[in-house]
Structure formats: C-alpha cells, structure tokens
Design a protein around this ligand. Structure first.
Ligand SMILES: [Zn+2]
Length: 144
C-alpha cells in the first residue's frame, strides 16, 4: 500500500525539522530522520555524536529507537535529510530499519532521501539498499 503524498511530505518535513536538533560538533554533518510507524505516528531522530566517536548514533537509528520506545513494532517508511548531496543510510541503519520492516512486510518499504537543498526526495526501496538482508529468517528455528 502506497503512502499518501501528503504523509510523505510531512515525513520529509519532520526529518528536515529534526536536523536542526543535531548534535554534531565533530563532523558538522547534521542529519534528520523521521519514521512512520504502522500506527500512523511519526517519530523524529537526529544524529548524536560523542568525543568517543564509536558511541555516535545516527539519526535513522535514533528515530527508530524513539518509535520502538513509544510502543511501535513496525514501520512503513523513513525520511532522511542530510547536507547536500543527499546521503543514503549507513549499513548499520539499513540493518536496523530492516528489522522493523521485517515483522509485517505489507508493502515495499519506502526510503525518502533528501538534502537540505532538494525540494523533492529521492525514493528508494530498502530491499535495494540492503539486498540479501540478515533477519529472523536467517536464524532458522528458534530455540525451544
Ligand atoms: Zn547510520
């Protein structure tokens, strides 16, 4: 089921707004993300850097974790706004996004990628960004 254009626009607007809260003093690479939960609620996230670089979290994961913390268990779409040119999610975020899509798989996951300068986002599928994804089916039968 396709997401309505007005909802997609709202998702991009929320990601654009989330970018303003970025804590990125080391890279200066401010990113905003917004995920649409299957409940219809939208959750924002932004990147949060740390002097211990490995502790940094990306905007996409921050948004997903916010959604899960609020009770969402599956997401329909994500919008990401980065400095120009538009950047795709890192590998870790692709994997985390896949986890929250995989429980339902009702529709082709939508990834909207925009830069601060672009008016229209690029539309990508998560399957194209993460082919042969590792997920629960990769684990086989659960332990008894
Ligand atoms: Zn990432």
């Amino acid at each position: 089921m396709a997401i309505e254009p007005a909802v997609e626009q709202r998702l991009v607007d929320e990601a654009r707004a989330a970018r303003h809260a970025s804590y990125s003093p080391y890279s200066g690479f401010a990113v905003g993300a917004a995920v649409l939960g299957t409940s219809g609620r939208i959750f924002r996230g932004t990147n949060v850097e740390n002097a211990s670089y490995g502790l940094t979290i990306c905007a996409e994961r921050a948004a997903v974790f916010s959604a899960v913390s609020a009770g969402e268990r599956a997401i329909e779409a994500v919008a990401i706004v980065t400095p120009a040119p538009p950047a795709t999610p890192c590998g870790a975020c692709r994997q985390v996004l896949w986890e929250l899509w995989s429980p339902h798989r009702r529709s082709e996951p939508t990834v909207l990628i925009a830069s601060v300068e672009s008016s229209q986002p690029d539309r990508r599928s998560l399957a194209s960004l993460l082919p042969d994804a590792f997920d629960a089916t990769s684990l086989g039968e659960p332990p008894h």
